[in-house]
Design a protein around this ligand. Structure first.
Ligand SMILES: [Fe+2]
Ligand SMILES: [Fe+2]
Length: 156
């Protein structure tokens, strides 16, 4: 596996969790809270590790530096939406509408990453660097998972 297929696997997991939430619809339920908290952790761990293991080294190349800065901005927008969705005063239809915004923007982000960033990264990185990045990604994810600072949405 390379960094590319590793990141793709994470992306599939994120998209899958979002689809599972979407089919639950606009009604509040403990199941939706549980899946959302799981999704939030998976996204934050993935994004933070991705920035360190994949984006940071790509800032050294003029071909990729703008793309990864753009990606970082999108990560920040995602985090903002996740924070809004964690607020327990947001419920029902209003929560669901915001969730759909998150889903759409993340699907767009993932598509850009897999199409544009991967395409240019493959031009500047050799196979050894890509393999090293995959190992770095796994290590970074473990660090992020151990760091229990992610605020969960309360169930009620
Ligand atoms: Fe990303
Ligand atoms: Fe990603």
């Amino acid at each position: 596996m390379s960094i590319y297929s590793y990141l793709k696997k994470d992306h599939e997991n994120i998209k899958n969790l979002m689809d599972r939430i979407k089919v639950l619809g606009a009604d509040d339920s403990p199941e939706r809270v549980k899946l959302f908290n799981q999704l939030k952790e998976v996204i934050i761990v993935h994004s933070k590790a991705e920035e360190k293991a994949f984006y940071d080294p790509l800032k050294d190349y003029s071909k990729t530096q703008d793309e990864v800065r753009h990606g970082e901005n999108e990560h920040q927008e995602t985090e903002k939406l996740l924070t809004d969705l964690t607020d327990s005063s947001l419920t029902g239809e209003a929560w669901f509408k915001k969730f759909l915004v998150l889903q759409e923007s993340l699907e767009h982000h993932i598509e850009e990453e897999e199409r544009d960033v991967f395409y240019d990264a493959k031009k500047v990185l050799d196979g050894g660097q890509a393999a090293f990045m995959e190992a770095a990604m796994r290590t970074e994810k473990q660090h992020q998972e151990a760091d229990q600072t992610i605020v969960k949405r309360p169930n009620r």
